[in-house]
Design a protein around this ligand. Sequence first.
Ligand SMILES: Nc1ncnc2c1ncn2[C@@H]1O[C@H](COP(=O)(O)OP(=O)(O)OP(=O)(O)O)[C@@H](O)[C@H]1O
Ligand SMILES: [Mg+2]
Length: 215
Amino acid sequence: MEIELTNVTKTIKGADVLKNITYTFRGGCIYGVSGKNGCGKTMLMRIIAGLIYPSSGEIRINGKRLGKDISFPESIGLLIENPAFLPDYTGYENLKLLAKVQGGLSDADIRGVLQEVGLDPEDKRKFYKYSLGMRQRLGIAAAVMGRPQIILLDEPINAIDADGVEEIRGIIRGLIHEDRIILIACHDKEEMDYMADIVIPMSEGRILSETEEKG
Ligand SMILES: Nc1ncnc2c1ncn2[C@@H]1O[C@H](COP(=O)(O)OP(=O)(O)OP(=O)(O)O)[C@@H](O)[C@H]1O
Ligand SMILES: [Mg+2]
């Protein structure tokens, strides 16, 4: 499993939101992107997910060029900003709908993934009554339930309480697999140092080199 970015630049309305990024991600560990608000963490995730395409440079996923050989990565799960679910359905019903689209998931799988993220599969509350932390947990469940090869989690511990943070860290660690790339973003550098095996510091759309980071 490999994601290779070569000289990737994204320009939006004259501003370079990603600047000449060259980086190779490989399966088997957790990558963590850290940096201040607005440094480009979410943009990096969007571009890897094929939600936006580079203005210049290229992205290859297992050798296939994104936007050319493939429109989207073939196996991906993502949580980016506020997860969108149907308000009048329960958590279970929402995942069930997504599972229908993805295929290959049993009801037991859905109950299992809900339990994994600390939600009760029997909870009859509809999504609109969910707290922020519950919404975030359901978002993580949706991102990981299809056991995708690429998992992108943007600020996964946003709005999660202290006990929950421990739980979520454990869940993310449990996802590590040599054929899977896990990329998380967090503006809290300390948290990122703790959660990620490899920290990627970003600033103003660029990935900083080790010397720049320390200097
Ligand atoms: N739709 C958009 N149109 C134009 N510029 C945008 C758009 N979305 C984001 N940007 C700009 O792109 C840059 C990177 O934004 P991005 O959302 O990737 O930052 P971030 O590192 O995820 O920040 P945060 O920690 O606040 O989530 C910022 O300068 C932002 O203003
Ligand atoms: Mg962001």
